[in-house]
Design a protein around this ligand. Structure first.
Ligand SMILES: Nc1nc2c(c(=O)[nH]1)N[C@H]1C(S)=C(S)[C@@H](COP(=O)(O)OP(=O)(O)OC[C@H]3O[C@@H](n4cnc5c(=O)[nH]c(N)nc54)[C@H](O)[C@@H]3O)O[C@H]1N2
Ligand SMILES: Nc1nc2c(c(=O)[nH]1)N[C@H]1C(S)=C(S)[C@@H](COP(=O)(O)OP(=O)(O)OC[C@H]3O[C@@H](n4cnc5c(=O)[nH]c(N)nc54)[C@H](O)[C@@H]3O)O[C@H]1N2
Ligand SMILES: [Mo]
Length: 722
């Protein structure tokens, strides 16, 4: 029997530990890997490795459905095994790597000559290993010379990152090990549905549940909200997009009832006076009028949080993916600081990073304003340091580019991007105002997509490059805890598939790029360590030997140190060591949030996730077990709302906003507020939820308004429904 390989799941930031064991050729995978043979193509039922959960602090041996079935995608689902090139007749056809790479390099050169280097754009992903993320950022700046690089983490972690950096001077999603949650008395979950998005995480909520202290704030009664039932906590169901007001109300009660930790505030923070002034006006009855949360609940909740036990406040995309997401995350941090939680043992504030390498992906230079080590690209000292590591003049490193939404809005426009390279994102399904993104992609001179499958975005490309999947590559990932983990190769990729480090090296060669372009991930990691040394996210002391020995390597991990499982014990990362209380106030109004009592034809559409599907669904829609469980986009509607709209369960409807229209199947549910509808964003084509969402962004983080959209819902006639 071939040896087993210890690695981690390909999907979310929990990075559950798993063991992969190659299955003998011809033998069906045994044991816990579910085998689905509905598809009887030759590749069906061939998961070439068997998946088993492995004991590890985050998942304790458990895996979710997506993890169990992940290996099926290694050999099924239409895996690409040759580069594709669009011919003069408009069809994509298989070609050789030589031809494809020459065509990419020629296209980059042509665009650069005609329109300047900034007309070449790079779009990265939070699923890439640290090595690939680092190399992609370097490739954009050094080999192409463009400032136009950003990535899908802008859609994910940017608001929480901006708020964390502003308050603490550092952005590590959880500044403490996840297992610290186990002993909590009170956990406030703001806008996250971990029971579906990180199932093994739920195990860490048991302590708070037993203490009756799990508090879930979500406009829907989600599986996570249900964990509070039977005396285990409280579900608070505010109107979508009103969390900032709710948090100001909680802070108001804390301050007016003398519940704040005055000693902590005096010793460890600045800005209390200004904060006090902005909070004064948010008494509970006013909060009730804006959010729908009863004033008595606001008071009770504030008192519970201040009760002095081991208390955590955690935010997710539900409160962050708004045009005021940075301010809302800031309000959550302000509340945590008023209570003296950050840095206190057994307590804290954190944000739940989403993508597999959503943490590492935001540290090594994929962001438009960033250099490796979480350095600022405008900082002369940072530029000089990274230029030395890269062996190029600091003056040759471009300045800041533009964030993801602006980059996508510029496609094909005068002064915008004309050639785009996409590594690890399916933007025609996952980007806001996806109809406009599709139109922009059609205007490009050249679209190049690296993927395992012909995703919806790859399907529009001029050149598609087939790349290795998780079990076929070596590298490192950084989990939601800020812990660096090894991803190990368990099997060889299919013939024809190439590693992205090799692709970048080949292209750098063809572009006569300066610097060196190693293809061995170890060499890239060594360079990354040097580039990160002295930065905020310092990896310089981490190496394979240490990771192989099973050491829990939390950054910052400067050479000679033993890493940092817990941040903020003594100081925050601003020069004076203090955290900043940043006053924030709600906007006057949002066009995406209908006035209260607007009537059933004006609903707030909330978008989010289902257990079975991952992101744009490019991967999970190809796993029969997952696709069978959630085959179509279902719109959750309250029965009262559906009745007044004249639509019934199972009927096809059209959901329309100022941007466009998506189709869905109605699913009646009493778990949603009557003024709200919910649509998952995992589905393509006319079921793409992002055809409806707005590309208006948060002014600080450039996070788009994914979570709320003002919509109308109408029943489709049978002939329209198709
Ligand atoms: N199954 C699955 N798991 C995943 C992913 C996936 O696609 N599928 N993706 C991964 C990634 S990248 C991420 S970022 C995480 C995301 O993980 P979560 O943040 O847990 O996921 P979402 O479903 O986007 O949003 C969470 C909740 O926010 C609520 N919400 C919406 N609007 C508001 C609001 O205005 N206020 C409040 N309080 N709540 C609101 C929604 O009802 C939803 O239940 O999941 C990761 N895990
Ligand atoms: N309406 C709405 N839209 C949303 C959200 C929402 O809540 N509501 N959430 C947003 C969030 S939080 C996120 S993170 C984004 C995510 O959205 P996307 O960025 O589209 O994420 P994925 O669907 O995971 O797409 C990853 C693609 O890259 C491929 N891929 C995976 N790993 C690799 C790799 O290592 N290399 C290469 N080259 N390809 C790879 C996959 O096959 C897939 O086609 O969606 C955002 N969009
Ligand atoms: Mo995400």
């Amino acid at each position: 029997m071939a040896p087993a390989t210890d690695t981690h799941c390909p999907y979310c930031a929990l990075q559950c530990a798993m063991t992969l064991t190659p299955v003998a050729e011809g033998a069906a995978p045994a044991g816990e890997t579910p085998v689905t043979s509905r598809d009887d193509s030759p590749e069906a039922s061939v998961a070439p490795v068997q998946v088993a959960g492995r004991d590890f602090p985050t998942n304790r041996g458990g895996l979710c459905k997506k993890g169990w079935t992940s290996a099926e995608l290694l050999r099924r689902g239409g895996r690409l095994t040759a580069p594709l090139l669009r011919g003069a007749d408009g069809e994509l056809r298989e070609t050789t790597w030589e031809v494809a790479l020459d065509a990419v390099a020629d296209g980059i050169r042509r665009t650069r000559e005609r329109h300047g280097a900034d007309a070449v754009g790079v779009f990265g992903g939070g699923g890439l290993t640290n090595e690939k993320a680092y190399q992609l950022g370097k490739f954009a700046r050094v080999a192409i010379g463009t400032s136009r690089i950003d990535y899908d983490g802008r859609f994910c972690m940017s608001s929480a990152a901006a708020a964390g950096t502003r308050a603490f001077g550092v952005d590590r999603g959880l500044p403490f090990p996840l297992t610290d949650l186990d002993d909590a008395d009170t956990i406030l979950l703001l806008g996250t549905n971990v029971a579906e998005t990180m199932p093994p995480f739920v195990g860490h909520l048991a302590g708070a549940q037993a203490a009756g202290g799990l508090i879930v704030v979500d406009p829907r009664r989600t599986p996570t909200a249900r964990l509070t039932e039977d005396g285990r906590g409280l579900h608070v169901q505010p109107a979508p997009g009103t969390d900032l007001v709710l948090l100001l109300g909680l802070a108001h009660v804390v301050l007016t009832e003398g519940l704040a930790d005055e000693g902590y505030l005096a010793a460890r923070t600045t800005g209390l006076d200004a904060l006090r002034r902005t909070i004064a006006a948010w008494w509970p009855s006013r909060v009730q009028a804006k959010t729908g949360v009863p004033a008595a609940t606001v008071r009770a909740l504030a008192r519970r949080l201040a009760a002095g036990g081991r208390t955590f406040i955690l935010t997710g995309r539900g409160v962050e993916q708004h045009v005021d997401g940075t301010d809302t995350a800031t309000a959550a941090i302000n509340l945590a600081l008023l209570l003296g939680l950050p840095g206190r043992p057994g307590s804290g504030y954190g944000t739940l990073t989403g993508q597999g390498n959503g943490q590492g992906g935001r540290e090594h230079g994929q962001k438009c304003d960033q250099l490796p080590g979480y350095r600022k690209i405008i900082d002369p000292a940072a530029r000089a340091h990274v230029a030395r590591v890269w062996g190029v003049p600091a003056s040759s490193i471009p300045g800041p580019g533009v964030p993801a939404v602006e980059l996508l809005q510029s496609l094909g426009r005068a002064g915008g991007v004309r050639t785009l390279l996409v590594h690890g994102s399916n933007v025609v399904v996952s980007a806001p105002n996806a109809g406009a993104v599709r139109r922009g992609l059609a205007e490009l001179d050249l679209l190049v997509v690296a993927d395992f499958f012909l995703s919806e975005t790859a399907g529009l490309a001029d050149i598609v490059l087939p790349v290795c999947q998780w079990a076929e590559e070596e590298g490192t990932m950084t989990s939601l805890e800020g812990r660096v983990l090894r991803r190990r190769r368990a099997l060889q990729p299919p013939d024809g598939v190439r590693d992205e480090l090799w692709i970048l090296q080949q292209l750098a060669d063809r572009l006569d790029a300066p610097s060196t372009w190693p293809v061995d991930p170890r060499e890239v990691f060594d360079e990354l360590r040097r580039a990160s040394a002295g930065g905020i996210a310092d990896y310089s002391g981490i190496d394979d030997a240490l990771l192989d020995a099973g050491e829990a390597a939390y950054w910052p991990y400067p050479r000679g140190s033993s890493g940092t499982p817990r941040l903020f014990a003594d100081r925050f990362h601003h020069d004076d060591g203090r955290a900043r209380l940043v006053p924030v106030t709600p906007r006057a109004s949002s066009p995406e949030r209908p006035a209260r009592g607007a009537g059933p034809d004006r609903l707030t559409l909330v978008t989010g996730r289902l257990l079975e599907h991952y992101q744009s669904g490019a991967q999970t829609r190809r796993v029969p077990e997952l696709a069978d469980a959630q085959p179509v986009a279902r719109l959750s509607l309250h029965p009262a709302t559906a009745a007044s709209l004249g639509v019934g369960d199972g009927e096809r409807v059209e959901v329309s906003s100022a941007r466009g229209t998506a189709h869905a199947t109605v699913a009646l549910s009493r778990d949603i507020r009557p003024d709200t509808a919910f649509l998952p964003f995992h589905f393509p084509g006319d079921e793409t939820a992002n055809l409806v969402t707005s590309d208006a962004v948060d002014p600080v983080s450039a996070m788009p308004e994914f979570k709320t959209a003002a919509v109308r819902v109408r029943r489709l006639d049978p002939q329209e429904a198709g």
